[in-house]
Design a binder for this molecule. Structure first.
Ligand SMILES: *Cc1c(COP(=O)(O)O)cnc(C)c1O
Length: 297
């Protein structure tokens, strides 16, 4: 299976003129980022595989995307998570809800990684948390080639790419295949965590993307009214919905760092919008925000 090319749009946010790669439009059911990372598993035959097993949080984009992959391929999907709160079991929402609808079998486990890895056999594909594995390189090389074609076609001078990182796998592999700088920031753990992840996959530090830091520390998934306001402002001014986990932290750090950046910004929109449903519900509980949010396709 091949994905269609996604648009590279020229837009502005207030005084900032930039380009945005719309990987959020890659596939109606896949999160852009995870679809790229799991592309490899969609393209091969994998005749021996009967099931895919993974683990991670109960609202992860990777979990949802794997449920789509399993459904498309007719595989069983088994997923381990640390804990599922009673209210979520009673009122499924977001990635959790849609993954269940796709047939996911989910189990609570204190040792989610061990339990998943222990299911390894000839018929089973084990996928590490967040898709942190070398197979991700396949789809990200395709994305890097596509970006270079977009840039040539639209005659963009001095481009650089920016994207927020989780595990950092996406940024690292993009940098490997792009002839210009990839900037990124951490949203999970700190900048040191990100470098540690990269060192596990790549020895040569010269190939690492450039990390954009901030003085303020952001904790993954933590609600922050400033981030919510930025999310709303971005949507109002660009007409584009961003994700409330990675993009908002990414934009916060980017905006403070921009004066130091030279060249033309290409922002990579990595999708993940299904996760917004549960994030918005949390914002609503905490701040009483009635988000004007329509259920998307
Ligand atoms: C998974 C994900 C990321 C982080 O990707 P990494 O390769 O783990 O750095 C960023 N944005 C979205 C929307 C994601 O789903």
């Amino acid at each position: 299976m091949h994905f269609p090319t996604t648009p590279l749009e020229n837009i502005s946010y207030k005084a900032l003129d930039f380009y945005i790669k719309r990987d959020d439009l890659l596939h109606p059911d896949f999160s852009g980022n995870k679809a790229r990372k799991f592309h490899y598993f969609l393209s091969g035959e994998f005749l021996h595989v009967r099931r895919v097993v993974s683990f991670g949080s109960n609202q992860s984009n990777a979990m949802y995307s794997l449920s789509v992959l399993a459904k498309l391929r007719g595989w069983e999907f088994v997923y381990f998570t640390h804990h599922i709160p009673a209210f979520l079991k009673e009122n499924p929402i977001g990635n959790y809800k849609y993954a269940l609808q796709n047939g996911m079998k989910i189990f609570e486990s204190k040792n989610k990684a061990d339990e998943a890895n222990a299911m390894s056999d000839a018929k089973t594909l084990i996928v590490q948390e967040g898709g942190r594995q070398k197979e991700a390189e396949y789809g990200l090389e395709i994305l890097a080639l596509e970006l270079q074609e977009d840039i040539k076609r639209q005659n963009i001078k001095n481009p650089f790419v920016y994207l927020p990182s989780g595990t950092g796998v996406t940024a690292l592999f993009l940098q490997k295949y792009l002839p210009f700088t990839v900037f990124t920031c951490s949203t999970v753990g700190g900048d040191e965590y990100l470098k540690k992840q990269w060192k596990m996959l790549e020895q040569n530090e010269e190939c690492f993307p450039v990390i954009v830091s901030s003085e303020k520390k952001y904790h993954y998934g933590k609600l922050d009214i400033e981030l919510y306001q930025l999310w709303e402002d971005l949507q109002k001014n660009t007409g584009i919905e961003f994700d409330l986990l990675y993009d908002v932290v990414g934009w916060k750090k980017l905006l403070s760092y921009l004066p130091k950046m030279r060249g033309t910004l290409i922002y990579l929109h990595q999708g993940g919008l299904r996760g917004n449903e549960s994030m918005l519900q949390r914002y609503q509980y905490k701040y009483g925000i009635i988000a004007n949010y329509k259920d998307r396709k």
